[in-house]
Ligand binder design. Structure first.
Ligand SMILES: Cc1ncc(COP(=O)(O)O)c(C=O)c1O
Length: 156
């Protein structure tokens, strides 16, 4: 348990599990632990639960269930999103420019550095003395060949 007087300011990085999430997940952490890719019954239960969760998330954010990709971690999501968008846009000849900021997580910065090897140009915006990115600076950095802007809402 954390000390009683602890003021925890790193929820952007790790956060305690919401009790409702824990309740919903308990069956899959204890009894219904089947591999959703498997053909046996226990796996089918997991696959059905994932399909239901995918539908729920899609209805909340207003997209198709097939557009939802569940990942195992933030870094995996970030790499999938940044490299996925970048390579898809390059293939479509839409452009090769990415805007990000100097205070992004390494998962973002390293993904952008990786893309530079494939001909992408990355604009890495500075922050002010309060750690804030100037939105006008972001807007001014966007140009015809910009395919992606990746700037975090809150830096942990
Ligand atoms: C802002 C931010 N982005 C990405 C990550 C990476 O997430 P994960 O450790 O789940 O890969 C973290 C982890 O602390 C983070 O704080």
């Amino acid at each position: 348990m954390p000390p009683e007087r602890l003021v925890y300011l790193d929820h952007a990085a790790t956060t305690p599990l919401n009790p409702r999430v824990l309740d919903a997940m308990m069956p899959f952490l204890t009894s219904s632990y089947g591999n959703p890719s498997a053909t046996y019954g226990l796996g089918k239960t997991s696959a059905d639960a994932i399909a239901k969760a995918r539908k729920t998330v899609a209805s909340i954010i207003g997209c198709r269930p097939t557009e939802i990709v569940f990942t195992g971690a933030g870094s995996e999501s970030i790499n999938t999103a940044i490299k996925g968008v970048a390579f898809q846009q390059k293939k479509a000849r839409a452009g090769n420019h990415i805007v990000t900021s100097q205070i992004e997580h390494h998962a973002v910065l390293h993904a952008c550095q990786y893309l530079e090897r494939f001909g992408f140009e990355v604009t890495c915006l500075p922050v002010d003395g309060h750690g804030l990115v100037d939105p006008d600076h972001v807007a001014r950095s966007i140009r015809g060949e910009t395919v992606l802007v990746s700037v975090m809402t809150a830096n942990n």
